[in-house]
Design a protein around this ligand. Structure first.
Ligand code: WT7
Length: 717
């Protein structure tokens, strides 16, 4: 019975009842039934399922989730065995339902986790070749929409196979082989996901660096991963603004030890790459009078190299635990860490979560608005949708270009069925009014996803009503770069929604709430604590590149026996999870994860800055805003306004424009304890105008600093 209960369609839509929706005016904490989710025609036979699993209560689907979830934990290895067999076409798979005791080895103590050891597969072949072999030659695999509305390219699975193969052969011709790290610093043109897939095909490890990062940030990532190949484009274009990517790469390579590390820079010319005719000459379309500074013996023009390549390249058969990619993310201390993801475990998890959370069907058009430079882009622009054989949508521009109707215009023109974005994007659109989405035919939409931060009830209602016309399920997906895919979410047709809550744990994920002080499990409902996971899952990152000790320290030492997420959480009386914020010094600004330590170390690079402290405070659109406090050195001669300007420029240069502080206060002193520690709690309270709730400040070395800071912040508001 257990095995039957794991059939995908049955898990997702065990029973969809028709109940009238009733969204309460004040949504916080209330559940909203989502049973208007319309099941597609090719669903499993509902009656058969209903007979097999007779209704136990009012909400059958939720009951089914609960028992399936319990089973997925009780028989965790069987669960993943079955999912892995269903989702992936393996070159070699030595497991079955009777032989899966050793399908997972190792654990949290040493971080020696291995899933599907000895099994073999190739992610790219699973994302492309097998669909071609299964007769999907003419199905569109990828729809690309460029910066200008209507600038569209479509690639069928066959075309994708040829394009990706040619890129793989081009990489090979430049010396790339299995295990090499390839840094990708590219705009959202089709060649970005294609280059990722080409790396996977060769077993090369891609390290995508979001093209909004500065040359300094890029340089430290190239250096840390010893990546001898960098793939870039001459320019990126977003909202008609040109970003000189190749120039930034050139700058990055003269920093650190990159000159000795980087052997080749492969450059796509954006205009030639997106011209539907491969023979297009540069300068044709207008934007590329951007001159590339070609460095001899290092730089190679991809658009010249590609026509020479054979459009088939055999995929490398990889071990399940071979690394597949690195992605850098911020933590509470030090430099960003390069998280290493695996081949099979990651692929199983990306496919499993996208199909379950979004009820993804082969004929769906899945549109995730994230950039490939973030984990959301990896799992839900590239790998999840393509591993599932559906159609993925790649968007180069922004939600506000040329106007606030851009998303909805695209939904209408491309008949997008599943749409996935961040609350910050939703909030940036609300102020343009309901009339904007109303102008478009959004009837193709079935499910709307939210990711990256908690979605506040106002944004939730707008998304639900103005965009979804109260007909779409909103899935609030909680996860992290480290987890590879969704960890907590509601499921369409299964879990009633609660605005602001990422609902319940995903199948196979043993979420627990821990007492932040004692580390004991907090049982029951209506409780608070920190969110942790008991036991490994296939999609989790396996190490920090070059620093396994840091991996153990960050995730497994804070609470022995658990993976620690870094998030605080409340589990309400119905067992629903609400993420209440990071407990470490990590900020979430417009869905971008930024360590306060990174911003601080950028600020103190300025010769006039003695000390810096950075905190977050709530921001209506961005979620969190960055507030920086800095004291100056005795030799400082600059006036404050000038210094603030320079500090902003410094942070942009060290990290990227998205990390530039919203407020910079130059202050004569910072709230320090007598032992010399900065009391961030005090800074946080002052920044949010809650100076009346400072709590115990008796350990402050100089209590008068509080009034000074209140005055300073007041001037900014
Ligand atoms: C952090 C991870 C994983 C996708 C993009 C962000 C916060 C993420 C939610 C959500 C509340 C969320 C957490 C988490 N977060 N999704 N649905 N509700 N908070 O990945 O950059 O690794 O950041 O984003 O704080 O720890 P990331």
């Amino acid at each position: 019975a257990f095995i039957h209960s794991l059939d995908r369609g049955q898990i997702v839509r065990s029973r969809v009842e028709s109940v009238t929706l009733n969204v309460a005016k004040e949504l916080t904490g209330k559940t909203v039934d989502n049973d208007q989710h319309v099941p597609p025609d090719h669903m499993p036979d509902m009656e058969e399922i209903a007979l097999k699993y007779p209704a136990k209560s009012e909400n059958t689907a939720l009951e089914r989730y609960k028992s399936d979830y319990a089973l997925s934990l009780a028989k965790n290895k069987q669960f993943w065995q079955k999912r892995a067999a269903e989702l992936i076409t393996w070159d070699h798979y030595p497991y079955d339902e009777n032989k899966c005791d050793d399908i997972m080895m190792g654990g949290f103590e040493f971080g020696d986790i291995a899933w599907f050891p000895g099994a073999k597969m190739n992610v790219c072949a699973n994302a492309i070749d097998r669909h071609v072999q299964n007769g999907k030659t003419h199905q569109v695999a990828m729809i690309w929409e460029g910066d200008e509305p209507g600038q569209v390219l479509k690639f069928t699975y066959s075309e994708l196979l040829r394009k990706v193969s040619a890129i793989a052969n081009a990489l090979k011709s430049q010396g790339v082989k299995k295990g090499d790290v390839v840094t990708i610093y590219m705009p959202m043109i089709p060649q970005l996901p294609m280059t990722m897939l080409a790396c996977m095909r060769l077993g090369a490890v891609h390290s995508v660096v979001f093209a909004g990062f500065s040359s300094a940030a890029l340089s430290s990532r190239i250096s840390a991963s010893k990546s001898s190949i960098v793939v870039t484009a001459d320019i990126g274009v977003r909202a008609a603004k040109v970003i000189p990517l190749k120039k930034i790469v050139d700058e990055a390579i003269v920093m650190n030890d990159c000159k000795d590390i980087v052997k080749r820079v492969l450059v796509y010319e954006r205009e030639r790459s997106i011209a539907s005719d491969d023979d297009a000459v540069p300068g044709d379309v207008g934007l590329s009078d951007n001159k590339i500074n070609w460095v001899p013996n290092r730089d190679v023009n991809m658009n010249d190299l590609l026509p020479k390549q054979r459009p088939y390249c055999p995929p490398e058969s990889m071990d399940a635990e071979d690394p597949s990619f690195i992605l850098y993310t911020s933590g509470s201390t030090g430099q960003p860490k390069g998280l290493v993801h695996t081949t099979a475990g990651y692929a199983v998890y990306a496919a499993h979560t996208i199909q379950t959370t979004f009820d993804l069907q082969p004929n769906d058009i899945f549109a995730c608005m994230a950039d490939c430079g973030w984990i959301t882009g990896h799992s839900y622009v590239v790998y999840g949708p393509l591993l599932s054989g559906s159609t993925t949508f790649i968007f180069e521009s922004t939600p506000l270009y040329p106007d606030a109707g851009r998303y909805w215009d695209m939904v209408q023109r491309h008949k997008i069925s599943l749409f996935y974005t961040a609350p910050t994007a939703v909030r940036s659109l609300i102020r343009y009014g309901d009339d904007v989405p109303k102008k478009y035919d959004l009837s193709s939409l079935r499910i709307l996803g939210s990711v990256g931060e908690p979605i506040n009830p106002a944004a939730w209602s707008w998304y639900y009503e103005a965009v979804g016309n109260k007909k779409c399920t909103i899935v609030d997906t909680y996860w992290q770069t480290e987890t590879g895919g969704h960890i907590l979410t509601n499921l369409p047709g299964v879990t009633p929604m609660k605005p602001g809550s990422c609902a319940l744990p995903h199948y196979g994920i043993d979420c627990v709430v821990l007492d932040s002080v004692t580390g004991e499990i907090v049982e029951g409902d209506d409780v608070e604590g920190v969110l942790a996971i008991r036991g490994p899952w296939p999609g989790m990152a396996r190490t920090c590149l070059g620093d396994h000790a840091r991996y153990l320290e960050t995730y497994f030492r804070p609470y022995e026996g658990y993976y620690f997420t870094g998030d605080a959480v409340r589990r309400d009386k119905d067992g629903y999870y609400f993420i209440t914020g990071r407990v470490d010094d990590v900020l979430n600004v417009s869905g971008h994860r930024i360590g306060t330590a990174e911003v601080e170390s950028a600020l103190v690079k300025h010769p006039s800055v003695a000390q810096a402290a950075v905190v977050g405070r709530p921001h209506a659109i961005k979620g969190e805003a960055i507030v920086a406090f800095a004291t100056v050195t005795e030799s400082n001669t600059e006036d404050d306004d000038e210094l603030v300007k320079e500090l902003r420029a410094l942070v942009r240069g060290e990290i990227g424009p998205f990390a530039s502080p919203d407020i910079i206060c130059i202050t004569p002193s910072l709230p320090m304890t007598r032992s010399g520690k900065i009391m961030r709690r005090v800074l946080r309270k002052i920044s949010t105008g809650e100076a009346d709730q400072l709590g115990d400040v008796s350990t402050l070395a100089d209590p008068s600093v509080v009034d000074t800071l209140i005055d300073l912040i007041g001037k900014h508001d």
